[in-house]
Design a protein around this ligand. Structure first.
Ligand code: SF4
Length: 293
């Protein structure tokens, strides 16, 4: 499906150590231009809408007006990436989603950094963040028909907690439990490499139907290829992440975010592989990984 990823705001009550948005909280993304962009995306062919941030649920009016406009225009699938903070406190949001999810395919993708408040709040740099997240997950699970996804960025701090996180979130019957490699090159103390991340994921006792990864290519996930999350990414991705700046058919490699080695041309999965985050280039070249043949 063709997807439009719309950043509603860079504002967020949390201050996650590895989040690029934490330095951009004052960037303005006006409602008027967001509404114009939603129309433009649909005309371009997008039928899936991702609402992201910052934290898209904290500006309730903007959040609800964007969803209402997209619904009227005809978007078919919706993914909301959230830390739960706006959902936990906003009755209007829950009431809206309860009704909306009866008519539309809506997934709420929760960012969870730890299996308990100590780890999650520490990585969020925000006291009470875990309690809000869990309250939001419970509300979505009990009061709406939204599908639940979870996403966990693998860090040195939660590396030994990944199974506990998976066991904990299973009670919300998630369709996807995703683990993502961190890509914040300046945070070496928290960073976990490709190989160590892949090894940790291999040890997890989670159904392969649910387990997904981000940022780890097939050659590190040998035997678990169906869990490589990029395989399920939209065929065409448009991005709106700066005021008035619509990026059609965004390609992460063309923008220097992703990278592949020369030997990737020999790989059987080269055509469908998204490559690695560019900051993992040195580890990739120094590893013994080889193209899949
Ligand atoms: S294309 Fe390159 S990065 Fe992707 S799986 Fe093959 S060898 Fe690995």
């Amino acid at each position: 499906m063709h997807c439009l990823n719309l950043k509603l705001t860079y504002d967020c009550p949390n201050n996650c150590a590895f989040c690029f948005s934490r330095y951009m909280k004052s960037e303005i993304l006006s409602l008027d231009n967001l509404l114009v962009t939603i129309e433009k995306g649909y005309r371009n062919g997008a039928r899936e809408l991702v609402l992201s941030g910052g934290e898209p649920t904290i500006h309730e009016e903007k959040f609800l007006k964007c969803l209402t406009a997209a619904d009227r225009i005809g978007y078919e699938k919706y993914i909301i990436q959230t830390n739960g903070s706006g959902i936990a406190v906003g009755e209007s949001i829950i009431n809206f989603l309860a009704d909306f999810s009866k008519r539309r395919d809506v997934a709420i993708s929760f960012s969870i950094h730890g299996a308990n408040s100590k780890t999650h709040d520490e990585l969020s740099c925000t006291s009470g963040a875990f309690d809000k997240l869990i309250l939001a997950m419970k509300k979505i699970f009990v009061e709406t028909a939204c599908t639940i996804y979870t996403n966990t960025v693998i860090t040195r701090r939660n590396l030994n907690e990944l199974q506990s996180i998976a066991d904990f979130v299973k009670s919300f019957n998630p369709e996807i439990i995703q683990f993502a490699v961190m890509h914040a090159p300046d945070l070496k103390s928290l960073s976990v490499g490709l190989k160590e991340s892949a090894l940790a994921i291999r040890k997890l006792n989670i159904s392969r139907d649910v387990l997904k990864t981000e940022g780890i290519p097939y050659c590190f996930m040998y035997g678990l290829e169906e869990c490589v999350g990029e395989s399920y990414w939209p065929e065409v991705l448009d991005i709106y992440n700066r005021e008035g700046n619509y990026l059609a058919d965004f390609n992460q490699r063309e923008h220097g975010m992703r990278w592949k080695a020369a030997f990737c041309k020999e790989c059987l999965l080269n055509e469908i592989c998204a490559g690695i985050w560019t900051e993992h280039k040195a580890e990739f070249l120094n590893s013994n990984v080889r193209p899949i043949k």
